[in-house]
Design a protein around this ligand. Structure first.
Ligand code: GTA
Length: 320
């Protein structure tokens, strides 16, 4: 399927671009592309008028699937063309009036993310639900969290595909191939790269044994400093955005347990930037400089969704 195609069933004027589609039958090759027009809607996991997005559950060629549809931000560059669109006056009152613009397809794109085959964990992750704060001591990590993420964590096959250049190789912004201190900098799949307003990249580390912030000691300082320096430099060079406009952070808990660092535009209020989940890379570096075992010993506070299996493990252990 071409990168862009018309999908009549969803909206006659919508141009849909497939981001990523994992294909378990083709593990060595690049992800296969299937047509989203075959998607059968079964239910809505979540919708947000504020974020102008909807998370849809259904079947794609008989496989469980999730499709995320998101309206993309309007940039200054497209405003003149947008205002030439067909317009329908909705109402006029004194100095106030509202219109419906009907823009041409190129100005009416919907960013579409497909997860197929989607697992139970994906459905739980995207379903709107209550959130609770958990406190995780060093002992809790060893006895509850670590066993859970080793056996039940979300697959990081997509990460391996990036590191092995089997997927998204043409999207790599920067590659430092050092096996100990190296990383790949790549656009996050939530960012369509069409506008800078929601710039979001991730640095994925080459060392395979680092699951999260919990595993870091002062031994990893050269890796972290390398990511900060070279990552910021690469973003400044490619996008002309200085370090002072970027939020560089790690999540705890992350969704995917292969260490990665987020680079997010400061002005963009991205999900996961709150104090309960985000740890600035600069703070992480300083904490490790002061105390090599800081993150091994630290009691982390983080949010978990009501139906997250990890929350059940904390309940079973009498820790929640
Ligand atoms: N380049 O194949 C991929 C890929 N995958 C599978 C995930 N990512 C990928 N990037 C590339 N290729 O930012 C990205 C994710 C995420 C990062 C992992 O890797 O987009 P994390 O482990 O710290 O976990 O980061 P995080 O931030 O929780 O992950 P995620 O998946 O973004 O979930 C956070 C919440 O964001 C979700 O629960 C959801 O509610 C919300 N969200 C809002 N909009 C979207 C959207 N369009 N797509 C996904 N999630 C969204």
């Amino acid at each position: 399927m071409a990168a862009s195609q018309k999908v009549g069933e969803l909206s006659p004027q919508t141009v849909i671009r497939l981001e990523t589609l994992q294909n378990p039958e083709n593990e060595d090759g690049p992800p296969a592309k299937k047509s989203v027009s075959h998607f059968k809607v079964e239910g809505i996991l979540r919708e947000s008028a504020r974020e102008k997005s909807i998370f849809v559950q259904g079947k794609l060629d008989e496989q469980e699937a999730i499709i995320i549809l998101e309206k993309t931000p309007i940039t200054q560059a497209v405003v003149p063309e947008l205002l030439l669109s067909t317009q329908v006056l909705e109402m006029k009152n004194d100095i106030y009036s509202t219109y419906h613009l009907q823009p041409p397809p190129n100005l009416n794109e919907i960013k579409t993310t497909v997860i197929c085959p989607a697992t139970e964990k994906h459905f739980k992750k995207y379903l709107r639900q209550e959130v609770f704060l958990i406190e995780e001591t060093e002992d809790d990590y060893q006895s509850i969290t670590r066993p859970y993420i080793i056996t039940k964590g979300l697959s990081v096959e997509w990460v391996n595909n990036i590191l092995e250049k089997k997927s998204e190789a043409d999207r790599i912004i920067f590659d430092d191939p050092d096996p100990q201190f190296g990383f790949i900098l790549i656009p996050d799949f939530k960012w369509d790269q069409k506008q800078m307003d929601n710039l979001h990249l991730i640095a994925i580390v080459y060392p395979p044994d680092l699951k999260s912030l919990r595993d870091l000691t002062s031994y990893h300082l050269p890796l972290l400093i390398n990511i900060r320096e070279k990552g910021l430099k690469a973003i400044a060079k490619r996008y002309n955005i200085p370090a002072s406009k970027l939020r560089v952070l790690l999540h705890y808990q992350p969704s995917y347990y292969h260490l990665h660092v987020h680079f997010i535009l400061l002005d963009y209020d991205a999900p996961g930037c709150g104090a309960e989940r985000a740890h600035l890379l600069s703070d992480v570096i300083q904490n490790l400089q002061i105390n090599s075992n800081y993150y091994r010993k630290h009691t982390f506070t983080f949010p978990l969704l009501a139906n997250d299996a990890l929350l059940s493990k904390f309940k079973e252990a009498g820790r929640f």
